[in-house]
Design a binder for this molecule. Structure first.
Ligand SMILES: [Zn+2]
Length: 72
């Protein structure tokens, strides 16, 4: 009952909606391409914001520690 492997025709899936597309394309439509680009840009902004917040929190923590130590 086992099917031979490697007979699935070469194809890709749209990363936005998951629909089958030809291997030469990356998205099913320009609409979904733009959508994914926007999402990736937002994710990059979110990551840099998270990194900034972590750095600020770390600096604040170190500053507070030094401040409390200086006060003795
Ligand atoms: Zn799509």
């Amino acid at each position: 009952m086992s099917k031979p492997s490697g007979v699935v025709p070469n194809h890709k899936h749209c990363p936005v909606c998951g629909v089958s597309i030809s291997p030469s394309k990356n998205y099913c439509s320009t609409e979904h391409e733009e959508m994914d680009e926007k999402a990736q840009r937002r994710m990059r902004n979110f990551r840099s914001l998270t990194l900034l917040l972590m750095v600020v929190a770390m600096v604040a923590l170190v500053g507070l520690t030094l401040y409390l130590r200086a006060r003795g």
